[in-house]
Design a protein around this ligand. Sequence first.
Ligand code: PLP
Length: 381
Amino acid sequence: MTGERTYLDWNATAPLHPEAWRAVERALGVFGNPSSVHVEGRRARAMVETARDQVAALVGARTSEVVFTSGATEACNMVLASSWGAILRAGIEHDAVLKPAGASGCEIIDLRVTRDGVVDLADLAAKIRTATTTHGAKRVLLALQLANNETGVLQPLADAAAIARNAGAMVFTDAVQAAGRVPVAFGDLGVDAMAVSAHKLGGPKGVGVLILRDGVELPALIQGGGQERRRRGGTENIPGIAGFGAAAEVARQTIAERDRIAALRDRLEAGVVALTPNAEVVGATADRLANTTCVAVPGLSAETLVIRFDLAGFAISAGAACSAGKIGASSVLLAMGYAEGIARSAVRISLGPTTTDREVDRFLDAWRDIASAPHARNAAA
Ligand code: PLP
């Protein structure tokens, strides 16, 4: 495939940042095992600990709270697959949370969300009271994401965590889409555990962290050597970890970029709505990430839109993950109360630090041709 490409799918993954690239290359030259006491081992250990400091600084955690993993999916599994009596979660969570929770065999309590995708705190308060009475407070977990991957909607996490902690329950947050995009202060959120992934913020794929509040004990999911203070066995992925650290450092220093990104996103959204007046911006009145827009266009198919935009040189995504090449209805939108037809029509456009004004202009030109032309309606319905 030739021609200019415009990448507007930063919530799926971000390109490797040049600083992360350099850190990965440097780490590839350091072959020691960080558990070894000799010079070679200590060089590798130093790289891991530098990255631990950098990731801790990005998310406002202590270095002792950072556990490196193979990604956020593993970090989520470490918490959700533990032996809980009940897990409270909403249908807007990522499968990395929903699947291990569902497989854990404990009681799953579904939380109500508003049509804007925000968890209903009164519903949470009532349900957590019942759950802690039934199971005992220490065996109840609230899992609530910080930001949604499809809509960008931010949750009132500190308020929800306060409700859960008052009831004596534990709190986990999937902060994958939020870290590096909004300031995150683990210590102030009142949560016990948090998952973050490197590749969403310019680091390499296959590395993430579980931030585990000092004093909270969880059985290791990956048993092996005593790495990561016995919380995650296995020789550390030094290039991945070093790249993650470098990306975290860049993200921390450039977080103010989000004002510029928000202005681009708002212009893109306004353009889309002007071209297709029946389009609905999902979660429009909620607090949202600056980089994300999720647009549902009744009568159009997300699957067709994604393919047509791809052919025209744009990477965007459907709200729902595709399986076997087929895109279904977005489970996030269904959980928000949207009808199945609308949930099948939602596309996500997500911007990043290198997105330009010109790219937004080009996208709007393409939107005019692809989504607002009458033929689009006939072919895509
Ligand atoms: N949670 C959310 C909200 C995500 O968007 C993703 C990635 O798509 C994950 C978890 C999983 O992260 P990873 O790819 O590091 O396993």
